[in-house]
Write a protein that binds this ligand. Structure first.
Ligand code: ACO
Ligand SMILES: O=CC(=O)O
Ligand code: MG
Length: 529
């Protein structure tokens, strides 16, 4: 493809030699590729630029508000319900009817927008596939653009993949999972696309390109008159949900589809957002299909929100499970809120994945997953997440056995008992030990995950667990918090680490360590008094 440089009369389009055909004000700084050019069309870029111009100031303001909230938490304030929106929490409103295409979401698989994984996930037997530009994806230009190409082929039903080394061709089954797409969070820039001299807002690029190319086909083939469907990550306040709602309305209007076609599930995965569930659903009430317990980012957010509260340090990462009081309260409150408003209350991700080379360990991991999912469905979650296709049958069985023949529990599990959950319950300090092994594991996971991410892998198996950006964040912030506040570790092996990080230098390693090798005889000495 070759273009001459300059502006083209009334089309307002600037053409660059051998490059993308861009509208005025848009500058593509990523590598040129003929396949990517089919995504980065002039029309698609105009659509994204329109969203950017319409919403950039709202997004900037929302990010400023996050900074102000952070300063308040750092000064000792605890997050809580907003007295100004009490009427929304107490009001008797409900969200729009759930679209029939996604009434049953009992098991959802997630994964990055990688070609083979998209096909495997759509074929996995799960009801929904959440295809991820976020926690599971390292947002390199190649990953993002190939991801858009892959999704377009998936929605068109033409996606295939040839694994030459294994002489295997991947195609879609007749029956596939319904596709949801998760764009990145509001805070991230997309630095390969500049609009009016500044980096584009990443999520508007992810959303805009996908929506522009796929809304029509999706409506027909997947959504039964609705869609496309989205997952929205990492919001902290309902003002951020309002921006999404306005983006959806503008997008619907621009392409001429009915208001409420687009539907989204919001991840409640920040501590401030737990006090904004009603408000978030209210803002998105015509575009909502529920909330999801994004438990890993939620733990990360607990540490981040309380970064200046040394009285709220977390125990070892492995101990911060859904059994902790603050985690259970958050899941219960989410179920009650969603069902009161007529939408799905989705559970979260168990991080275990199949362990091929150790049957006993594999069985133990599977038992943990089943236990976690049983707790979720018994609590009233309408569905849950799986990280790997190998887990789908077991998780499906747990949900089938406990949901009966209904597509969801929205009308049957009201959880009115959760109406009494208080602010204090939601921030209650988790219990457990902090150990040097926990610090080491965080360090290993943090380093290995970052190495993978920098080379384009956003989700990886480490120590038999799924690790992605959210789980790696926990490792990072936990180590930061422990080192900053100089925690004393429980158990053995801490002397060297404490000595290396002590504010005042100990005189002798051996003097300090000596008490650890002194073993007094049980009779406490030899003197006979
Ligand atoms: C906190 C959160 O945000 S959770 C949501 C975001 N995180 C995710 O979505 C992570 C999803 N999971 C994954 O990315 C992967 O399961 C990993 C990276 C953890 C492990 O992947 P692998 O090392 O490829 O696992 P493994 O070798 O066992 O895979 C076996 C097969 O299952 C496929 N597979 C594994 N996980 C998935 C998945 N989530 N979706 C689709 N296919 C998958 C593999 O592609 C492979 O296919 P093949 O046999 O046709 O070659
Ligand atoms: O996005 C999900 C999470 O747990 O984080
Ligand atoms: Mg997350």
């Amino acid at each position: 493809m070759s273009f001459s440089v300059g502006y083209y009369g009334d089309t307002g389009v600037k053409k660059i030699p051998g490059g993308y055909d861009v509208p005025v004000g848009v500058d593509i700084r990523g590598r040129y590729d003929e396949e990517f050019a089919k995504i980065l069309t002039k029309d698609a870029l105009m659509f994204v630029a329109d969203l950017q111009r319409e919403f950039r100031n709202h997004v900037k303001y929302a990010m400023e508000c996050r900074k102000e909230a952070k300063a308040r938490y750092n000064s000792g304030v605890l997050p809580g319900f907003d007295p100004a929106t009490r009427n929304v929490r107490e009001g008797d409103w409900v969200c729009a009817e759930v679209p029939p295409a996604v009434a049953d979401r009992r098991v959802e698989i997630t994964g990055p927008v990688e070609r083979k994984m998209i096909i495997n996930a759509l074929n996995s037997g799960a009801k929904v596939f959440m295809s991820d530009f976020e926690d599971a994806l390292s947002p390199t230009w190649e990953n993002l653009m190939k991801g858009q190409v892959n999704l377009k082929d998936a929605v068109n039903g033409t996606i295939s993949y040839e694994d030459k080394a294994r002489n295997r061709v991947y195609n879609l089954n007749d029956q596939t999972a319904k596709l949801f797409v998760r764009p990145r969070g509001w805070h991230l820039p997309e630095s390969h696309i500049f609009i009016d001299g500044e980096p584009a807002i990443a999520c508007l690029v992810d959303f805009g390109l996908y929506f522009h190319h796929n809304h029509a086909a999706f409506h027909k083939t997947q959504g039964q008159g609705y869609g496309p469907f989205f997952y929205l990550p990492k919001m902290e306040n309902s003002r951020e949900a309002r921006i999404w709602n306005n983006v959806f309305e503008r997008a619907e209007k621009m392409v001429g589809i009915k208001r409420g076609s687009i539907r989204a599930t919001v991840l409640i995965e920040t501590l401030p957002a737990v006090f904004q569930m009603d408000e978030i659903l209210y803002e998105l009430r015509d575009h909502s299909v529920g909330l999801n317990c994004g438990r890993w980012d939620y733990i990360f957010s607990y540490v981040k929100t309380f970064q200046a509260h040394p009285d709220r340090l977390l125990p070892d990462r492995v101990l911060v499970g859904m059994g902790q009081h603050f985690m259970r309260s958050y899941s219960d409150l989410l179920i009650r809120t969603c069902h009161r408003r007529g939408v799905h209350a989705m559970g979260g991700m168990a991080a275990q994945i199949p362990i091929r080379d150790d049957p006993a360990a594999n069985e133990a991991a599977l038992e943990l997953v089943k236990k976690d999912k049983l707790r979720e469905v018994q609590a009233g979650h309408d569905g849950t997440w799986a990280a790997h296709p190998g887990l789908i049958p077991a998780i499906m069985e747990v949900f089938n056995n406990n949901m009966g023949d209904k597509p969801n529990l929205i009308k049957t599990m009201k959880r009115e008992d959760a109406a009494n959950i208080t602010e204090e319950t939601c921030v209650q300090i988790p219990r457990g030990v902090r150990t040097i092994d926990g610090l080491r594991l965080n360090t290993r996971v943090g380093i290995q995950y970052l190495a993978a991410w920098l080379t384009g892998q956003g989700s990886v198996p480490l120590y038999n667990l799924m690790e992605d950006a959210a789980t790696a964040e926990i490792s990072r912030v936990q180590n930061w918090q422990w080192l900053k506040y100089g925690v004393e570790f429980d158990g053995d092996g801490w002397v060297c680490d404490r000595q290396c990080t002590a504010p005042v230098l100990d005189d002798f390693l051996t003097l300090n360590a000596y008490n650890h090798i002194v073993v007094h005889h049980p009779t406490a000495g030899s003197s006979k008094l």
